[in-house]
Design a protein around this ligand. Structure first.
Ligand SMILES: Cc1ncc(COP(=O)(O)O)c(C=O)c1O
Length: 369
């Protein structure tokens, strides 16, 4: 494990990966139908279920998360969908659906604001939907949506499937897949799970599977039931990224050794510390109070500093932080405090950020001149 205070990579995904985990990528290649690999694969599911907090199957896609978002909208009935939007990735759900030739509804919230469960209730009373999509943690704005309340609203008002992008939160903030009745939950390997990019982990509920069974054509690579059926038979739908699965094996050990709840709490404390530093440094959080993400913080720099310049200045100092995303690209920067990042790493980062801000800031008197 890297020494605390030495990690220098603070992107909001892909996130820092520990050297021991990267080493596992060098495991000798074996056939994915070999007994050795099959045993490794079989050991992943039950541990993933603990991380997802579900007794349902947790499946592994050799793909980035967007493919599983698209597959989720193809594999189950989704002619009528309500997309809850408040940032770039929640808007992506809608863009994917439109690319499939559908005309879904959108319950739009301003960027930086959380989705309002009461508005969700109202929308669901007005019209019947096959599915509702939501992004738990909007990586573009640093808003963490009140997922438990949104799920309760969806369950109380409708029989719609609830499709949840937990790409940048799962492993770093509470996601109670079963207790909250989430029908599909997907998470990226490269975020709070602190693995290299390339895998998407996802769970599907029995309700999702039952609805999917009614659809005769679910594609081939996009058919999430095929994942489930092949998984239950002990394998994967196609040749999987076996090196990544070795890395997942080791990282699951790390996560479960720490304990999932302890891991959430560590992330919560890191987000608190980041926010305290940001306020003290004169930065303005992009996310509304009460909705700030535990895994990343999106900030506007103090007056006199520009976000892209700050990101570049930090790179010169040997530190990687994230720039803004989408419509917030020019005005914000993002600090990922996810996965294996520790408070001691953040303390070093804050010192460097402070120095970079001091070095670059233009005195107010000159700005006004
Ligand atoms: C919340 C969220 N959803 C979806 C995606 C898309 O993931 P991918 O690039 O792995 O397809 C990202 C990527 O950053 C994300 O942060």
């Amino acid at each position: 494990m890297s020494k605390e205070g030495t990690r220098r990579f603070f992107l909001p995904g892909p996130a820092h990966v520990e050297p021991e985990i990267l080493d596992r990528l060098r495991a000798p290649i074996a056939g994915h139908r070999s007994p050795g690999f099959k045993a490794l694969y079989a050991s992943l599911g039950p541990r993933l279920a603990q991380v997802f907090r579900t007794s349902s199957d947790v499946l592994i896609a050799t793909s980035s998360s967007t493919l599983v978002m698209e597959s989720a909208l193809i594999s189950a009935p989704a002619e009528s969908v309500l997309h809850l939007t408040n940032g770039a990735f929640s808007e992506r759900w809608e863009a994917i659906n439109r690319s499939l030739g559908r005309d879904p509804d959108r319950l739009a919230h301003p960027w930086g604001e959380p989705v309002d469960p009461d508005l969700v209730r109202v929308a669901l009373r007005r019209k019947r939907y096959d599915a509702v999509t939501v992004v738990h943690n909007e990586t573009s704005t640093g808003v963490m949506n009140p997922l438990a309340e949104i799920a309760a609203a969806v369950r109380a008002e409708s029989d719609a499937l609830l499709l949840v992008d937990a790409v940048s939160s799962l492993g770093g903030a509470p996601v109670e897949t079963e207790a909250w009745g989430l029908d599909l939950v997907l998470a990226g390997s490269q975020k709070a799970l602190a693995l290299p990019p390339g895998l998407t982990l996802f769970s599907i509920s029995d309700r999702y599977a039952e609805r999917a069974e009614r659809l005769p054509h679910r594609g081939f690579y996009t058919d999430l039931l095929r994942y489930r059926d092949k998984h239950r038979a002990g394998g994967t739908i196609t040749t999987p990224a076996t090196p990544q699965m070795h890395a997942l094996d080791s990282q699951l050990e790390v996560i479960l050794r720490e304990g999932i709840e302890a891991r959430w709490e560590r992330h919560r404390l890191m987000s608190e510390a980041t926010l305290a530093w940001a306020v003290e440094a004169g930065c303005e959080p992009g996310a509304a109070e009460g909705s700030r993400s535990w895994t990343l913080t999106c900030l506007r720099p103090p007056r006199g500093s520009e976000a892209p310049e700050l990101v570049a200045a930090m790179a010169e100092r040997g530190f990687t932080i994230g720039g803004g995303y989408g419509q917030w690209k020019p005005s914000t920067f993002r600090i990922g405090h996810m996965g294996e990042i520790r408070s001691a790493d953040l303390e070093v980062l804050f010192g460097e950020l402070r120095a970079a801000l001091d070095a670059r800031s233009i005195p107010e008197t000159i700005q006004g001149a």
